[in-house]
Design a protein around this ligand. Structure first.
Ligand code: PMP
Ligand code: GLU
Length: 397
């Protein structure tokens, strides 16, 4: 079959592929501990479900404005005014089918062949493939664990060239959970000030932060970057609404309009009643978010402590999101079930075979020494999974 070069340049998202594999194994009755899925295990709050049901009963079953219903775009603009002091008009907001779709539309609207996108690594799996799909060139810049998996201003200055069209910032990050502190963002912003590139700030984990970490928006810290910054966000993680597929982008009107045109010629509006749910999510009381974050924090504390005790694991303590990305380099070269572990993917395979624990290998996040655990699962499952991994590591030759 002759497929497009475009489609051949990319892989399926390993995150979704392994989450599906875990579901299938469980459906087959296998006692698997699943650390793959990057989605809250909590149910969507009732008030949000009710809003969608009411919308359905009212007959909100037609196409909506391609860009999203006015009240939702207005509510998003107001959230950004309230929380960050930004003055976005509702026409500077585009509601899409998830944060992923918002990013996709932006990259399609902005990149010409050969344009570079600077992506700090480890990075969320879709940034590079979405860049390729839009004809751009991913410029991956590895960060160091000693630097807290945060890009330094020097690294950023070296990575930005006249070919750079976009710099993607994701704090807290998937897969490391690393969050940038205020001074670090200010330092990066001073480098960005001198370069004529755009910034995409993927703020999907803005509310999922721990201890005293404070999330800052780079454009709020440095007004000189405001006209060049695009923000993407989503209802998925904050409100446990992954399946609803509502995300959004905010930014300069011309870019948002171009991204809206792409949406208009591809998906049209995101699902009408899901928009009604998202409106309630963003406008209503935010107490459930705090409850979920408190629970995530307990889980982070437990998983970091448990994994750090396992010989061969080095586990960075994240500031946010719900992932840990331990380094397992010390396990490479050892032998399990008769096979030498040569890569993170081999380590993952071994844990699946020996311990019935599934995690995501680091390769597609840009690291062959790390593996990703999503701790959006119960404390009991975390205990059970870490115990099994510990036992499996003891069996390695
Ligand atoms: N950005 C990051 C960093 C993510 O981890 C994800 C996936 N969970 C997304 C964007 C997209 O999420 P969604 O499409 O569900 O909004
Ligand atoms: N982003 C989540 C994850 O990293 C969901 C899967 C995806 O959208 O790639 O697991």
């Amino acid at each position: 079959m002759r497929l497009s070069e475009r489609s051949k340049a990319i892989k399926p998202a390993v995150t979704l592929a392994l989450a599906a594999k875990a579901q299938t194994m469980r459906a087959e009755g296998i006692d698997l501990v699943n650390f793959t899925a990057g989605e809250p295990d909590f149910d969507t709050p009732q008030r949000i479900k009710d809003a969608a049901v009411q919308a359905l009963k009212r007959g909100m079953t037609k196409y909506t404005d391609v860009r999203g219903i006015i009240p939702l775009r207005q509510a998003i603009a107001e959230k950004y005014k309230r929380e960050y002091g930004f003055d976005y008009h509702r026409d500077q907001v585009l509601v899409s089918c998830g944060g992923k779709h918002a990013l996709y539309n932006l990259l399609q609207a902005l990149l010409n062949p050969g344009d570079e996108v600077v992506i700090p690594s480890p990075y969320w799996v879709s940034y590079s493939d979405m860049t390729l799909l839009a004809g751009g060139v991913p410029r991956i810049v590895p960060t160091k664990e000693e630097d807290g998996f945060r890009l330094t201003p020097e690294q950023l200055a070296t990575a930005l060239t006249p070919k750079t069209r976009i710099f993607i910032l994701n704090s807290p990050s998937n897969p490391t959970g690393a969050g940038y502190h205020r001074e670090e963002l200010e330092a990066l912003s001073r480098v960005l000030e001198k370069h004529d590139c755009l910034i995409i700030s993927d703020d999907i984990y803005e509310k999922i932060v721990y201890d005293n970490f404070h999330f800052y928006s780079i454009a709020a810290l440095n007004p000189k970057l405001r006209e060049r910054t695009l923000i993407t966000n989503s209802a998925s993680k904050t409100y446990a609404m992954t399946g609803w597929r509502i995300g959004y982008a905010l930014g300069p009107q011309e870019i948002i309009a171009a991204a809206g045109n792409i949406q208009s010629q591809s998906t049209s509006n995101p699902t009408s009643i899901a928009q009604a749910g998202a409106l309630e999510a963003i406008q209503g009381p935010q107490d459930e978010v705090e409850v979920m974050v408190r629970e995530f924090q307990k889980r982070r504390d437990l998983i970091v402590e448990r994994l750090s005790r396992i010989p061969g694991f080095r586990c960075f303590n994240p500031q946010g999101a719900f992932y840990v990305f331990p380094n397992v380099r010390s396990l490479l070269g050892r032998t399990g079930k008769g096979k030498k572990l040569g890569s993170a993917a081999d380590v993952v395979e071994y844990f699946l075979a020996e311990a019935r624990v599934l995690v995501v290998p680091g390769e597609d996040f840009g690291s062959s020494e790390n593996i990703r655990f999503s701790y959006a699962t119960s404390l009991e499952e975390i205990e059970k999974g870490c115990g099994r991994i510990e036992a499996a590591v003891k069996k390695l030759d």
